[in-house]
Design a protein around this ligand. Structure first.
Ligand code: ATP
Ligand code: MG
Length: 454
């Protein structure tokens, strides 16, 4: 039917195209003896899920980053499984399983803190009961189940569409992913513009994988990005928050920042920082690169990282500009910082969300900056005891790397932390009073001009 309409509208060439698209792709099968993916490197829990699905008569494969990263001798972040079992059939097999998602229904099998994601093979679709795209081609619902070949073609990059089949440990390659892994190339499956319009987050994924894997984005996949970047404006802030964490908390934050900037994608995540970087504002480049480098190093050293600190860094330029404005209007420093923080956060939340459990400590980091520069004696000692002292202090150290006037004070906090409690008291009494504080106090004391003169 569709072929006939196309024939009337566009002639026979179009018909051939429609029919060719419908043809199921044939997999290249790479037997176990010819690839390096070993069960020793797959999590025990993922193997358990794969075997149980297989024993119950379903097709069960490891897919996505798990296969890709193992081929590259990297440690996968998580293990994703694709299966012929429906979500309900998966649930029936595992007691520790819950079904999640509406737009994309999935089964999560839980083993303590490890979550094994199990997705049913899906087909691409036109609008129907369980699949929906909007007028711009965006996928709104993606629950049309299909076979493994169809499932492969709706994945994003060829290197993410390799299936490790637990039945015989072979890899099934439907989209030329093995060759692209060897060539270290990110190639979108299908027409790049259509695939980005279906889901603009794929542009962020391209950059993320390029940074993480040190892969090239194939020219046909990289060329349309700058033009389509604005489509990210339509993505819900909560989804963008998830992507921000994946981009900046995976150990490749600096590289991700540079690529996001190059492709004009940062504008849709952190617009104020993006504008400053676009204007070649050196202090913004320095702050972000140092802050993110810090994050990368902590991750490599196995230390904890928090979105509170990440956002504190990304929004700092905006906060400090707004802070100066409030000070100029005559607000006290603490109030000025509070207002600046509120405003910057309110703008940010229209782009990417930030759950309260992170925005609260983020604002504490900002509020603490003034206290770290001015508190002495007992107040300084009390600050040391605060649960968020460390984050505020780390942030001051970062700023001090770029602003030598903060160095003396940040060194002072470094030293006092290393002392036994008795000596801390003595040192707190002798804390240097920074010039900054005296200047601000003078300004606050000057008589307020009447309204007509302002
Ligand atoms: P990593 O886990 O290292 O971040 P990944 O490739 O496994 O990388 P996931 O987000 O875990 O990424 O997704 C698993 C797989 O699901 C991907 O490899 C890809 O095949 C498919 N996928 C995920 N998101 C999309 C998307 N937006 N469009 C198409 N396919 C996707
Ligand atoms: Mg994954």
């Amino acid at each position: 039917m569709i072929a006939r309409i196309w024939q009337r509208l566009k002639g026979t060439v179009a018909v051939e195209r429609v029919e060719r698209v419908k043809e199921a792709p044939v997999a290249t099968i790479i037997p176990r003896s010819e690839h390096g993916v070993s069960r020793n490197n797959i999590s025990k829990n993922a193997l358990k899920v794969l075997y149980r699905l297989n024993d119950a008569g379903f097709r069960a494969c490891l897919v996505g980053g798990g296969v890709r990263d193992l081929l590259l001798s990297l440690k996968p972040k998580d293990f994703d499984i694709a299966t012929s079992a429906s979500p309900e059939e998966v649930r029936a097999l595992f007691r520790n399983c819950r079904l999640i998602g509406r737009r994309f229904r999935l089964a999560h099998v839980l083993y303590g803190r490890e979550v094994i994601e199990v997705a049913t093979f899906r087909a691409s679709h036109r609008d129907g009961e369980d699949g929906r795209t909007d007028a711009g081609g965006r996928i709104m619902r993606d629950n049309v189940f299909g076979d493994i070949a169809e499932d492969a073609l709706r994945r994003d990059f060829s290197v993410n569409a390799l299936y490790y089949d637990i039945k015989d440990y072979s890899i099934h390659d439907y989209a030329g992913g093995m060759a692209d892994v060897s060539a270290r190339l990110l190639r979108l499956i299908g027409d790049p513009v259509t695939r980005y319009k279906e889901d603009p987050v794929r542009m962020l994924r391209a950059v993320r994988f390029a940074a993480k894997l040190d892969f090239e984005i194939a020219p046909e996949a990289s060329d349309p990005i700058a033009d389509l970047a604005s489509e990210l404006g339509e993505i819900p802030p909560a989804r963008l928050f998830e992507e921000v964490l994946k981009l900046f908390h995976s150990g490749h934050a600096v590289k991700s920042l540079e690529l996001l900037h190059d492709y004009y994608l940062l504008d849709y995540l952190f617009p104020h920082a993006a504008k400053k970087l676009g204007d070649d504002d050196e202090s913004t480049w320095d702050l972000l690169e140092r802050g993110l480098n810090n994050t990368d190093q902590r991750i490599r050293a196995g230390k904890s990282v928090t979105p509170a600190f990440l956002y504190a860094v990304f929004l700092w330029m905006d906060v400090s500009e707004r802070y100066e404005l409030w000070l100029a209007k005559g607000e006290a420093p603490m109030v000025a910082m509070q207002r600046a923080g509120d405003e910057a956060l309110a703008v940010q939340l229209t782009h990417t969300s930030l759950p309260k459990r992170f925005s609260f400590p983020m604002r504490e980091i900002w509020m603490m900056q003034g206290r770290l520069l001015t508190y002495t004696g007992k107040r300084a000692l009390r600050l040391l005891e605060q649960p968020r002292f460390r984050a505020g202090y780390d942030f001051l150290c970062l700023r001090a790397e770029l602003d030598s006037s903060l160095q003396e004070r940040s060194d002072w906090w470094t030293r006092i932390q290393e002392l036994p409690v008795e000596q801390q008291e003595e040192m707190a009494r002798q804390a240097p009073k920074p010039d900054q504080l005296r200047k601000r106090k003078r300004r606050r004391k000057s008589p307020k001009k009447p309204d007509s003169e302002q």
